[in-house]
Design a protein around this ligand. Structure first.
Ligand code: CP
Ligand code: NVA
Length: 305
């Protein structure tokens, strides 16, 4: 049985298969509807944090594939508080054919997978957001017609989204650049765990402090919030440190190319991204959000089909 916890556990070939499957399911959907390949199957969704895209796209994906999904809010489950992660995993496995969890502690989603007898999907943890990164690969593929040899520049906080993007880029042979303030970059452990995969696929990694250096020659400029869910107590310090990392017209003009601009959303307009960029001609943020749906379908069919 396969889980979708981290892209480090999947092979490059398997992830390319997910991209192909997502393209197929998207085409099938716009051509009149998906076949009910998940008929009779239920996805149990456990959220410790809020969500719009992840919750909606998984629930809608299950329904459009003939199955269904059930949502539990942060207050209801009390994962690891009201009852142990292991008990939640075993109970949900007896009701549902798959579990999707959004957690704080990455170890909780690992522990769920250890105890569950059905596939477990990481719908975001403090460390990683694999579903987002794979949806983003679909969006980039649609725009450029390929992924290999493209250059993605991630600007701002070295967070869960940045980690999964680096992992995805390594798998598909994209060059990954990141610019973060001192102390807010990706950890050495996160960087080095993909070295071999990147080298095999022809992708490279470089970290910068200066965002202008990072965007030079970029095909894709990507940003995310400066204050992720769970970091609220550090808001003032983060906003101050990240001021020079705003994705705005001035930074875009330094790419020397015509890059697309991506943001996983929710956006804090006026902080990590300006309105004119988010809503301007470079932006693909809404097709990007839509593709979460098509990629979730691929993940669900691969794991639960
Ligand atoms: N991008 C993303 O995961 O959005 P939500 O937090 O709304 O699910
Ligand atoms: N890095 C953000 C992503 C939200 C989808 C967070 O963890 O809050």
């Amino acid at each position: 049985m396969k889980h979708f916890i981290t892209l480090t556990e999947w092979t490059s070939k398997e992830l390319w298969y997910l991209i192909d499957l997502a393209k197929h399911l998207k085409f099938e959907w716009v051509s009149g509807g998906n076949k009910p390949v998940l008929a009779g199957k239920i996805l149990a969704m456990v959220f410790q944090k809020p969500s719009l895209r992840t919750r909606m796209s998984f629930e809608i994906a299950m329904k459009q594939l003939g199955g269904d999904a059930i949502y539990t809010s942060p207050e209801e489950v009390g994962l690891g508080k009201r009852e142990s992660v292991a008990d939640v995993a075993r109970v949900l496995s007896s009701y549902a054919q798959g579990i999707m969890a959004r957690v704080f502690d990455h170890n909780h989603v690992i522990e769920l997978a250890e105890w569950a007898s059905v596939p477990v999907i990481n719908g975001l943890s403090d460390d990683e957001h694999p579903c987002q990164a794979m949806g983003d690969m679909l969006t980039i593929y649609e725009h450029f017609g390929h992924l290999e040899r493209l250059k993605l520049a991630y600007i701002g906080d070295g967070n869960n989204v940045a980690a999964s993007l680096w992992q995805a880029c390594a798998h598909v042979g994209m060059d990954f650049r990141i610019a973060s303030p001192e102390g807010y970059g990706l950890t050495e452990e996160v960087i080095s765990q993909m070295d071999e995969v990147a080298e095999r696929n022809g992708g490279t990694f470089k970290a910068f402090v200066d965002p202008v250096e990072a965007v030079a020659g970029a095909d894709i400029i990507y940003t995310d919030t400066w204050v992720s869910m769970g970091q609220e107590s550090d808001t003032a310090a983060r906003i101050e440190a990240m001021q020079p990392y705003q994705v705005n017209q001035a930074l875009l003009s330094k790419a020397g190319k015509y890059p697309i601009v991506m943001h996983c959303l929710p956006a804090h307009r006026g902080q990590e991204i300006t309105d004119d960029v988010a809503d301007g001609p470079h932006s693909v943020i809404f097709p990007q959000a839509e593709n979460r749906l098509h990629m979730q379908k691929a993940i669900l069919v691969k794991l639960m089909g």
